[in-house]
Ligand binder design. Structure first.
Ligand SMILES: NC(=O)c1ccc[n+]([C@@H]2O[C@H](COP(=O)([O-])OP(=O)(O)OC[C@H]3O[C@@H](n4cnc5c(N)ncnc54)[C@H](O)[C@@H]3O)[C@@H](O)[C@H]2O)c1
Ligand SMILES: [Zn+2]
Length: 276
């Protein structure tokens, strides 16, 4: 733990340009300063944004980890409303494979660390995930918003239909297998926010961002909008911003601190630090 504190304090040194002050500190003072700087108090509200990277160590590849390709198709060409209109079977084959994969994975230490943080903070914690998997819930998280939907849910494909999304872990590989909406007869589609569609519950997300004093982003490249802009919005509102992931994200300029490393290795210690 002391090593992590020291390492993080050195990172903080660079980011906060306080090298003069640090020159006067010894290692223990440095660690103590970083410790107290990070410890949450009862007024803090933590907003966490997770991306595909938080689930990478559970064995779910990021799109970039798949080289952005599935059977030679670009993921962006399969995950769109246009692709579904043109070839619903192909789109369902893509999601059916993913559904089967998702049924075999388990949470990693990063998911458990975030669940632990929520247990301690209660309503002072909010988790917005871009992921469609259920690994946060499996690890015990309860205050989770899936802004891009959930792989294990389906809904009617007609925008005019008011039928609610429903739990669905089935695979559909032929036209005949794809079910139709009981209310209007349109084809059923995955309950996923596709490229070109508006993510779910953005009003709630913006409200929570406005309340946050700490925004922690984990495993998100910072290029997929609107999630990439959350950190800028939160920072404008005065929140402290921290990133955790093995690569510096594209929107790194909006983070007070970038903790470089795998989420499963970094988050358990960082959460301990936050909880003091
Ligand atoms: N598990 C899932 O539900 C899942 C999987 C793939 C893609 N997606 C979604 O598709 C969209 C784009 O996907 P994308 O793959 O380009 O994701 P992305 O743009 O969020 O980028 C993935 C990020 O994860 C980081 N990363 C890789 N391994 C990591 C680790 N062990 N710990 C922490 N960070 C790590 C990478 O450096 C990269 O910055 C996003 O909405 C994403 O969440 C979801
Ligand atoms: Zn319908």
């Amino acid at each position: 733990m002391l090593d992590l504190l020291l390492h993080r304090a050195q990172v903080a040194t660079k980011l906060f340009s306080i090298s003069k002050w640090l020159g006067m500190c010894n290692r223990a003072q440095l660690a103590h300063k970083y410790f107290t700087m990070n410890r949450l108090n009862k007024h803090d509200r933590v907003f966490v944004l997770t991306g595909a990277g938080v689930s990478a160590e559970s064995g779910l590849p990021t799109f970039r980890g798949m080289n952005g390709l599935w059977r030679g198709y670009r993921v962006e060409d399969v995950a769109t409303p246009e692709a579904f209109s043109a070839d619903p079977v192909l789109v369902w084959q893509f999601y059916s494979e993913r559904r089967q994969r998702h049924q075999t994975v388990v949470p990693n230490p990063a998911h458990y660390a975030l669940a632990e943080l929520e247990r301690k903070l209660g309503d002072g914690f909010f988790l917005c995930t871009q992921n469609v998997d259920s690994l946060h819930e499996q690890a015990g998280s309860r205050r989770v918003l899936h802004m891009h939907g959930r792989i294990m849910q389906s809904r009617c494909s007609s925008p005019a239909c008011t039928a609610a999304p429903f739990d669905d872990g089935n695979s559909y590989r032929t036209r005949e297998e794809i079910p139709r909406c009981v209310a209007c007869g349109a084809l059923i589609r995955p309950h996923i926010c596709w490229f070109g569609e508006v993510p779910f519950e953005m009003d709630l997300v913006l409200h929570q961002l406005g309340e946050a004093t700490l925004v922690l982003v984990v495993g998100s490249s910072g290029v997929v909008e609107p999630a990439a802009s959350f950190v800028r919005i939160a920072r404008r509102g005065g929140a402290r911003t921290v990133y955790v992931g093995p690569e510096v994200p594209a929107n790194h300029g909006y983070f007070d601190e970038v903790l470089e490393g795998k989420a499963g290795e970094m988050l358990p210690s960082f959460v301990k630090l936050l909880l003091g």
